[in-house]
Write a protein that binds this ligand. Structure first.
Ligand code: NAD
Length: 368
């Protein structure tokens, strides 16, 4: 899908634009539009802007990195004043569930306090805009399906599903969603929310399931499979998510939320096995890579199943996912095989060396 932004949007503030999904949004804005992009990011362990040069000098000139931590209210307000945005796309968040189990504090400061600070800054900005710019202004909050809790065998999440977050990560995202809705109802801030399922694709920090499996398999190391491998996620290729985000940000109705999912339900075991099969074809000397699959203790409080009904965004905004799961997965595996050096560099820079995270809740003391 080629991006077509209304002419009222000239300046876009993307938070978290040095992370996996935010960087995909920024790349699309640089490649397919002529807007000014202000990329607010604290530049944490998962951040990277490798490859920005490929968009050419003119595009790079349209991109400005604002290295700011959203938990700093004054710096956030100053960044919003500097960006003077027509559109805010708020993706910055601590995003890894396992890390949230070991260290929930930074999830509250980044995702809850950070969103509060950004909302306050956006509100001050919105209230001083001239009428025509205020009319067109949008604050788009990007969230997750994890706020809805865990499904049984049947059913799918939709915009009317009650919130029931279970992990420190999903609780912090749920809190931020509620703040965003409140700023709409109380202060009239024109917000749009999206709740998306699990994304995958290039440039994802190699601690999440799909890159971890690729990296471990290529290295000939045990591939960890949590619990019985039966937990289900609804996988969406990141570029399809970007399509949905740009549609919702520009055509979504203020105050409305949209669920985004790829009809890509797979168990973790199916995902891991599919990656092993793709690697067997590409690296036959290591086949069968499935011999490396090693069941490990489950994640504390591991939600069993997520699935999204994307009917609203399909019907109201005309979105549809373009990449079937198998196609997106093959492209992702190929990308990581071409970028193993990038994975290694990211791991070294972050200080994370591939060890298991998220076990500090203590075994046997959680309810599921
Ligand atoms: P990511 O961890 O790859 O990137 C997040 C970025 O936000 C990082 O660059 C980080 O430095 C930045 N950030 C974190 N805290 C910050 C702070 N206090 N101030 C400024 N910058 C900060 O995450 P991602 O996978 O790209 O996710 C982006 C957004 O999309 C998140 O809000 C996440 O909840 C949501 N989301 C992710 C998925 C998924 O599968 N990855 C699915 C649905 C929704």
């Amino acid at each position: 899908m080629t991006v077509s932004l209304p002419s009222s949007i000239q300046r876009v503030l993307v938070t978290g634009g040095a992370g996996f999904i935010g960087w995909a949004v920024v790349r699309r804005l640089l490649a397919e539009t002529s807007v000014q992009v202000f990329n607010l990011d604290k530049c944490g362990y998962a951040s990277d802007l490798t490859g920005i040069e490929q968009f050419g000098e003119a595009a790079v000139q349209r991109h400005q990195l604002l290295q700011v931590d959203l938990s700093d209210a004054e710096a956030t307000a100053a960044a919003v004043r500097q960006a003077d945005p027509d559109l805010v796309m708020h993706l910055a968040a601590e995003s890894h569930v396992d890390r949230s189990i070991d260290g929930p504090g930074v999830f509250v400061s980044s995702n809850v306090l950070g969103t509060f600070n950004l909302l306050q800054a956006a509100r001050a900005h919105f209230e001083q805009l001239p009428a025509d710019r205020a009319q067109a202004f949008r604050f788009h909050h990007i969230s997750t399906d994890e706020v809805f809790g865990s499904l049984g065998e049947q059913g799918r999440f939709s915009e009317t599903t009650p919130y029931d977050p279970r992990s420190p990560y999903s609780a912090s995202k749920a809190a931020s969603d509620h703040l965003v809705s409140a700023w709409h109802h109380t202060y009239g801030l024109p917000v749009v929310l999206t709740n998306c399922s699990n994304n995958f694709g290039p440039w994802q920090f190699p601690e999440k399931l799909i890159p971890v499996v690729i990296f471990k398999a290529v290295a000939g190391e045990p591939i960890p499979l949590y619990g019985d491998g039966g937990n289900v996620r609804d996988w969406l290729y990141v570029e399809d998510h970007v399509d949905a985000l740009l549609l919702a940000a520009t055509q979504g109705q203020p105050g409305r939320s949209y669920c985004v999912g790829g009809y890509g339900e797979r168990t973790n075991k199916q995902v891991v096995e599919a990656i092993c099969t793709l690697l067997d074809q590409r690296l036959p000397q290591g086949a069968p890579h499935s011999r490396l699959i090693t069941p490990v203790t489950d994640r504390p409080g591991h939600d069993r199943r997520y699935a999204i009904d994307p009917g609203r965004i399909e019907q109201e905004l005309g979105w549809t996912p373009r990449h079937p799961f198998e196609q997106g997965l093959a492209a992702t595996v190929d990308w990581y095989l071409d970028h193993l050096g990038w994975c290694q560099a990211m791991r070294q820079r972050s200080g994370w060396t591939g060890e298991r995270q998220g076990l500090s809740a203590g075994q046997g003391r959680h309810s599921q």
